[in-house]
Design a binder for this molecule. Structure first.
Ligand code: CIR
Length: 255
């Protein structure tokens, strides 16, 4: 079971209110987002992580979602190439902070696109979602880089949600939270599934960190299911990030 020691986050920029969105929940309230972000960092610290918080990037409204621009593992760091054109420049700003922790950094090359919200780690295996943001070439390059560093990878098709982890969260111990299209996925039959109902779909993106499960506030049925499965939970309000399609996992790189 992977134990994490560190996390990287980025303070939301004022431009956050113009982040890409597919939901109709209104614009985020910036001041509220800042408070929620601070509470999120505090929750990461409660899970035992040392958090490096990077400064806001006004030119990139979605740059607080640092998870998408890199994959950090015990063995390697791989910088992605965002599928969303407005997010591509974020990689140049994440690199210096990653260089503080990794000496050998891989980079997915242009034309191939992949966002790490589409990557779910299960032990030494990485599932990669083929989505609007992640193409086959991106997945292929990522799997090649992972194999080079002692891991394996495979692809999962998705069509209903933004990223693979929008509808999935691996809680270790063979337990997988799943919603919607992923409930029928043959590849996931081997896991103990916690089914997330459609009206609580946002809570499928809950995150296991060092024995605790971080889960978004406001989804009581899913919270009860996670607790019933034996996990200690920590709930954080991230309503302002939900308004621009951001889940709990995408607000940090954990390694
Ligand atoms: C975007 O569309 O890129 C952002 N508004 C949300 C990114 C969420 N990231 C994630 O789920 N890993």
């Amino acid at each position: 079971m992977t134990q994490f020691t560190r996390a990287i986050t980025r303070t939301p920029s004022r431009s956050l209110i113009n982040g890409i969105t597919s939901v109709n929940l209104g614009q985020p309230d910036y001041e509220k987002a800042l408070t929620q972000h601070q509470n999120y960092i505090n929750a990461l610290k409660k899970c035992g992580l040392e958090v490096t918080c990077l400064p806001p990037l006004e030119q990139y409204p979605d740059s607080t979602f640092v998870e998408d621009v890199a994959l950090l593992t015990k063995n390697c760091a791989i910088i992605t190439n965002a599928g969303a054109a407005t997010r591509r420049g974020e990689i140049d700003h994440i690199r210096p902070s990653i260089e503080n922790f990794y000496s050998d950094i891989e980079q997915i090359s242009a034309a191939a696109t992949i966002e790490a919200g589409d990557i779910m780690m299960v032990g030494d295996h990485f599932y990669i979602g083929l989505s609007e943001r992640t193409n086959a070439d991106g997945a292929h390059q990522m799997i090649k880089a992972l194999i080079k560093h002692g891991y394996t990878g495979s692809v999962i098709n998705l069509s209903e949600v933004l990223h693979l982890k929008t509808g999935l969260g691996y809680l270790e111990n063979n337990v997988l939270m799943a919603c919607g299209e992923f409930l029928q996925e043959p590849e996931f039959k081997k896991y103990q599934i916690i089914e997330v109902e459609q009206d609580e779909a946002y809570a499928a993106n809950s995150v296991w960190i060092n024995g605790k499960v971080l889960t978004p506030k406001g989804f009581p049925n899913t919270l009860a299911k996670i607790q019933k499965a034996g996990f200690e939970t920590l709930t954080v309000d991230v309503s302002e990030f939900q308004k621009i399609d951001g889940g709990l996992s995408c607000l940090s790189l954990r390694f």
